[in-house]
Design a protein around this ligand. Structure first.
Ligand SMILES: O=C(CO)[C@H](O)[C@H](O)COP(=O)(O)O
Length: 219
């Protein structure tokens, strides 16, 4: 099985959590793209989706899935998204696709977060994958210096502007032992919109695509 086949298997396994007549929160990325393909097969059975990025919105609209503004939705039972890394506490690093802020917002509203990954994303310690931080452009240098004080090596992601008009700093060389503490510390830096640690809003269900099939892990 290729890595993409494992992503696809995890993504299709998430379909069984989608409730009749519901509005589904949808993440961003190559694994989620498989989920959107799967969701399209039951579009007549759902009300629609709330999207975490322009990329996912375009794909869903092209497949005929109605996309709602989050402000017009009172509750979301489900949010389905991938991750760049996830540990045994279901804490994640996300934002490889630069959609972390909208992902965090939609995930905050949802009752249940289903994380879909291939097995390469499971780690003992978070931080091998550089931690994305969304930053207001004029604060880039200041936030960079503050991230260095926290022990990281921030690198400007050249050529990337987020859906919110901001920039991304990817923070290298962080061995993240206390994800909740670090998530708060980084978010407290003036000029940071949010960072890609999802520890306060961890996953509730993890679907891992593996050679042998899809493993389901619950918190
Ligand atoms: O956080 C994300 C995008 O901002 C993605 O969920 C994460 O980067 C995983 O992507 P993929 O499914 O392509 O491996």
């Amino acid at each position: 099985m290729t890595q993409d086949e494992m992503k696809k298997a995890a993504a299709w396994a998430a379909l069984k959590y989608v409730e009749h007549d519901s509005i589904v929160g949808v993440g961003t990325g190559s694994t989620v793209n498989h989920f959107i393909d799967a969701l399209a097969t039951m579009k007549a059975d759902i009300e629609g989706a709330v999207s975490s990025s322009e990329e996912s919105t375009q794909k869903m609209k092209a497949l005929g899935i109605p996309v709602f503004d989050l402000n017009s939705v009172n509750e979301l039972s489900l949010y389905v998204d991938g991750a760049d890394e996830i540990n045994a506490s279901m804490h994640m690093i996300k934002g490889g696709g630069a959609a972390l802020t909208r992902e965090k917002i939609v995930a905050a509203v949802a009752d249940k977060f289903i994380c879909i990954i291939d097995s390469s994303k499971q780690v003992d310690i978070l931080g091998e994958f550089p931690l994305p931080v969304e930053v207001i452009p004029m604060a880039r240098s200041y936030v960079g210096r503050e991230l260095v004080k926290l022990g990281g090596d921030p690198v400007y992601r050249e050529g990337v502007i987020t859906d919110n008009g901001n920039i991304i700093l990817d923070v290298y060389n962080m061995k993240i032992m206390q994800a909740k503490v670090l998530e708060k510390q980084i978010n407290a830096i003036v000029g940071v919109v949010t960072n890609g640690l999802f520890a306060h809003r961890a996953a509730d269900v993890l679907l891992v695509g593996k050679e042998a099939g899809v493993e389901t892990i619950t918190d």
